[in-house]
Design a protein around this ligand. Structure first.
Ligand code: BGC
Length: 735
């Protein structure tokens, strides 16, 4: 986010003319309160639908009938700087009040959670990151920005950039997986897509990177739980995605709920001021997470609301989401000298700068006509992108004896309640979709004229229906497609799980089908990496479908029947059993790496290896890597290698480059992803590839939080996943 000199002057002049109260107003973010029959704040209602306390249908009914209080009088009084919502008409009404009826006419920021699409829902982030396709990641963000503006939103609470290593945490679904490098490329693509198309007012929004920071490192994977870690780990693992987003010009950030080494991120001066604002040069502002300033009292770091508010703003937390603590107490705190004018002005300047950058002072209104184009359904261009992103995110985990792709004429038995749940394909944190737009797996098969019979049998929570299972077992089909996994409410916020195996009786359903001699293809629909040890042993073919968005059923049918050759890779490691979590590929080496001998780092009752490793994913063709050579110049190392499609079909492959700093002043990870390239190869085709790595990216942060590059031996690995790799060594001296 860069402002011109004139824009900066405009902000300064405005700031000079503001009263203390008007300044405080800019730092207050309100949500509409639902009034009449359902008296909870809008933010909580969103949480209720997200965590499954109410269904999407119930939510829809409440929204259709409820009256909302948008706090118009507070807006009129200049006491609201931003509002949550996704109603274009209302957005225009509120902007009109802000612009025409307040003394200074400052427009509102209209914020909303658009995590993986709004009306056109794209794959959840953990899935989309596995496409390893930066252009695609940017395109879906660009589309989300356009839809957001059409719905009156100019500030997206996305991208979610929490690198997550523990699959028990429900919010793994919202982020780009476990790797800081992949996560950083995802971050850059998302910021570009959301923010960079500024020729027209209706095609960009301000991004809000979240949750800052280390929220995903919550102990035991339990949401909101405490986090503690070394500075080295914080900077090497949890901060890089945010650093990348800031380098790309991200406008805002949201502080996370957790405490980090004892200090809640809402009041954490080190992370907010020293790192984010001073080092990463955030020019926009930091917003709290919902109600998080008040939660500092519950954390036991602040005595009361006033204390919490004073600590928050002094630490660098600019905007209060939801508590009205700034609204109620900040002006007095400034008068009492607890908060300096400079601190207050700095926060207000940041908010005004984002509003100027968004062009809201020139035109705060959205074109209500645009939304009319969506009334008859999603425009074809949006649907095509949803399909492409779904296709590219599917990961083929197992395919014994070439079970897949299925013959076009195959007779199929389809089982699993999830197969027929169009409302489940959208995954967690999806708030603007309509069920009529969503294609379930069953619908996908129907649309593509597959010959099948369907027996729901069981879902993630209900019991096996014996009669239906017997019918499925006795059906005369060539193949059983079992759609199994999680409801969307089983991942996302406040959805941590201690057991991440297939929930309910779904495994039992598959077992009975396999035991009866059926050839089963398991199609997974889930928001987190599941522990799949049993399935890997017992099911001949497994397709990871995640929650792929509105075109899920179409994309999966195309993959199952070979119209699309799968090319997605895992953005996170999958465990075999629960107790292996947290599990991730880029762990530090131990002095006793797990092996056959007793006194090594392993379990007595579970493998030490992952079930499916980071970066892994099969294709209907095969790829062979060869001839790895390293070339070095002053500033970079280049890995040159050949990759050949050795099968009979065209396909796409993501070649991955990892490094290992063999000896360091701190124990270094066994491997770290540092580059990738996705290539398309015709059957039999061979290509020479080269992936370059800047030497300055081969260092790491030490325990003082300082970036160091240390001379010495490095191993360079190249391959199609984090385990099956070619290897070369080189000694590097940094200048
Ligand atoms: C979530 C955020 C979200 C906010 C506003 C919070 O509960 O943690 O990710 O942006 O609500 O809806």
């Amino acid at each position: 986010m860069k402002l011109t000199k004139e824009q900066k002057d405009f902000v300064e002049n405005l700031l000079d003319s503001m009263t203390l109260e008007e300044k405080v107003g800019q730092l207050n973010q309100d949500s509409p309160s639902i009034v009449g029959g359902f008296d909870v704040p809008f933010g909580e209602l969103i949480e209720m639908v997200t965590d499954g306390r109410i269904s999407q249908e119930e939510f829809g009914k409440i929204m259709a009938t409820a009256e909302r209080d948008y706090h118009e009088d507070d807006i009129r009084a200049g006491m609201v700087g931003s509002m949550m919502g996704n109603d274009p008409k209302k957005a225009n009404e509120l902007q009109k009040i802000a612009v025409e009826e307040t003394r200074l006419g400052i427009p509102l920021l209209m914020g909303f959670d658009v995590i993986h699409g709004l009306r056109s829902v794209f794959p959840i982030a953990i899935a989309e990151a596995g496409s390893f396709d930066d252009v695609l990641m940017e395109e879906t963000a660009k589309m989300a920005a356009r839809e957001s503006r059409a719905y009156g939103i100019n500030w997206n609470y996305a991208p979610m950039l929490d690198v997550a290593r523990d699959s028990r945490w429900g919010r793994v679904s919202e982020g780009p997986g476990e790797d800081p490098y992949l996560g950083s490329r995802f971050a850059r693509a998302k910021i570009r897509g959301l923010q960079n198309n500024r020729e027209k007012l209706d095609s960009y929004v301000a991004a809000c990177t979240k949750h800052f920071v280390a929220y995903s490192a919550c102990e035991a994977g339990r949401d909101y739980n405490t986090t503690s870690m070394s500075l080295s780990q914080l900077h090497n693992v949890y901060l890089p995605t945010f650093k990348a987003a800031m380098e790309e010009g991200a406008c805002t950030a949201m502080a996370s709920f957790n405490d980090l080494n004892g200090v809640p991120c809402t009041v954490n001066k080190y992370t907010l001021r020293d790192v984010l604002k001073d080092d990463y040069k955030l020019e926009g502002f930091v917003v709290s997470d919902a109600n998080a300033i008040r939660e500092c009292v519950t954390h036991g770091i602040a005595e009361d609301d006033v204390d919490a508010g004073v600590q928050a703003i002094n630490a660098g937390l600019d905007v209060d989401m939801g508590t009205r603590i700034y609204y109620n107490h900040l002006a007095q705190a400034v008068k009492d000298g607890k908060v300096s004018e400079d601190v207050l002005n700095d926060a207000v300047r940041r908010v005004l700068s984002v509003k100027v950058w968004l062009g809201l002072f020139e035109n705060p209104y959205v074109d209500e006509e645009i939304i009319k184009a969506y009334e008859a359904g999603i425009p074809a261009e949006h649907r095509a992108l949803a399909l492409k992103s779904a296709e590219e995110s599917i990961v083929l985990l197992k395919n014994d004896n070439g079970v897949l792709p299925l013959d076009k004429g195959a007779k199929v038995t389809l089982v699993g309640e999830l197969a027929d749940r169009a409302d489940e394909v959208v995954g967690a944190w999806s708030l603007g979709w309509e069920v009529a737009d969503c294609v379930s797996v069953k619908k996908g098969l129907e649309n593509q004229n597959v010959d099948f019979e369907y027996f729901p049998v069981c879902g993630p929570e209900n019991q096996i229906n014996r009669e239906e299972l017997d019918l499925a077992i006795n059906s005369k089909s060539d193949i059983v497609i079992a759609v199994v996994g999680e409801y969307k409410s089983m991942s996302g916020e406040a959805s941590s799980k201690a057991d991440i195996t297939l929930p309910g009786q779904q495994r039992q359903m598959i077992k009975e089908l396999v035991d009866a001699g059926k050839t089963v293809v398991a199609v997974l629909m889930n928001g987190r990496p599941l522990a799949l040890g049993w399935e890997k042993e017992n099911v001949p073919a497994i397709v990871e479908g995640w929650h792929l968005g509105i075109e899920m059923g179409t994309a999966l049918t195309k993959v199952l029947f070979g119209d699309v050759n799968p090319s997605g890779k895992l953005s996170s490691t999958f465990s075999s059993v629960n107790g292996q979590e947290p599990m991730y590929y880029n762990h530090p080496n131990t002095g006793r790496p797990g092996s056959k001998s007793k006194f090594t780092s392993k379990y007595l009752d579970a493998p030490v290896e992952p079930c499916f490793q980071f970066g892994y994913g099969l294709s209907y063709t095969t790829f062979e890597y060869s001839d790895l050579q390293l070339k070095e110049d002053k500033d970079s190392i280049t890995a040159e290698f050949k990759i050949k499609n050795t099968g009979k079909l065209a396909g796409a492959e993501t070649a991955q480059l990892y490094i290992q700093d063999v000896v360091g002043s701190l124990v270094r990870p066994v491997k770290e992803l540092k580059g990738y390239e996705k290539v398309k190869l015709a059957a039999g085709e061979e290509k020479q590839l080269s992936i370059s790595l800047r030497k300055c990216d081969m260092g790491f942060y030490n325990n003082e939080g300082k970036y160091v590059c240390e001379d010495g031996l490095f191993r360079i690995y190249v391959g199609g996943n984090s385990v099956d790799v070619l290897e070369a060594e080189t000694r590097i001296s940094f200048e």
